[in-house]
Design a protein around this ligand. Sequence first.
Ligand SMILES: NC(=O)c1ccc[n+]([C@@H]2O[C@H](COP(=O)([O-])OP(=O)(O)OC[C@H]3O[C@@H](n4cnc5c(N)ncnc54)[C@H](OP(=O)(O)O)[C@@H]3O)[C@@H](O)[C@H]2O)c1
Length: 435
Amino acid sequence: MSDSHKAGPLKIAVAGLGTVGAGVLKLLERQADLIEQRCGRRIEVVAVSARSRGKDRGVDLSKAEWYDDPVALAAHPGVDVVVELIGGSEGPAKETVELALERGRHVVTANKALLAHHGTALAAKAEAQGLAIGFEAAVAGGIPIIKGLREGLAGNRVSEVHGILNGTCNYILTEMRTTGRDFADVLADAQRLGYAEADPSFDIDGVDAAHKLAILTSVAFGTPVDFKSVHVEGIRHVSAVDFDYADALGYRIKLLGIARRTDRGVEQRVHPCMVPKAAPIAAVDGVFNAVVAQGDFVDRVLFVGRGAGEGPTASAVVADLIDIARGRSTPTFGVPAAQLSEAQPSPMEARRGSYYVRLMVLDRPGVIADVAAAMRDQNVSMEQFLQRGRAPGEAVPVVLTTHDTDEAAMQRALATIAAKESVVEPPRMIRIEQF
Ligand SMILES: NC(=O)c1ccc[n+]([C@@H]2O[C@H](COP(=O)([O-])OP(=O)(O)OC[C@H]3O[C@@H](n4cnc5c(N)ncnc54)[C@H](OP(=O)(O)O)[C@@H]3O)[C@@H](O)[C@H]2O)c1
């Protein structure tokens, strides 16, 4: 039932006025008339909160009441929606959202860390009171993937979702491939350009993508958010030479989040992947994100767009506000929180697929035979083998790919290979995904 007939404006309080918060206020101001048409009412910002009151944020805050404390803002009288744009899974962001729900306010948030850790509990709390939690902005920024999956594909059983969920990593990997520069160099550049944080570890170690994947998994499969079951590897060990080999083998390297229903349970993993150059996701470069969903009736759907930044993220936050203003609501993760059904997590060791392995080995007789024997002993069958150049007695890179095999067998083979005296660096492995 729509409550758009309500005469009054939708009153919102915004906690956090950084990149996203200021972007939301700018969008609401600039598109006020359009939004009023789409909502049937105005959206009015009645209160705001951030740490430093004096900071110029490029927006007019004169009509909103200021709060130093975002938790106090959540209790501001007469507010319909609290918009949490502070960030972090604990602390003021969590307290603000919890108090907002306790006080009967809808919540809109861009905070993937909060939802990855507490999403199921917060959804239960909201739904018990008929409140909405909008979180479109939390996954893949401007791409309407939550709505796309939860509402657009609601008639399907989804068997797989995978995607490029972190624009910083995709930018770094794209630059490494196109310029031949190494990881540290490109990361430093990304920090200068504002594409990477001063502390980039959440991005480059895959944690940010894992937060988003855990949320997507829940929406796609109707399971409780299970962040702790996500296998997470970042991009620190991808080297400039891997891009040359990937190219020669017909692949691109992407950091992907993959959620898949298998006979063994639900796989959730984030790690660098080699994907065939012809796969649509292989062409998604730079700061762009992409998500692919596989539904039983719709088949394969690809969403592409900007995964972060002031404008795209504000676009997603405001879409959630318009839904609330119109009275459109759906259970947070597609089915009511109480009906989310636990799924057995499938461990990483159970993955089945092919592998790319790069070794630095001493160029001397018998070394390659040792590598081949370690693979054979674990029933790992090699598909291709590349050695470029010779340097007798010195370390040279050797690359191989495998046929489909079990991750556990692959790991055992790599452990044996790593222990050989002629293998001078830890073996580097990248999983190959044949989408
Ligand atoms: N940036 C993006 O492109 C993007 C994309 C998708 C999702 N998100 C998510 O959106 C959220 C906000 O990100 P952002 O990039 O906008 O962050 P940000 O630029 O760092 O802004 C954070 C805001 O929160 C305020 N804040 C921090 N701690 C506070 C506290 N203890 N009490 C009151 N206010 C506090 C800050 O105040 P001051 O301004 O006074 O320091 C600032 O206004 C995060 O959950 C993030 O993961 C961001």
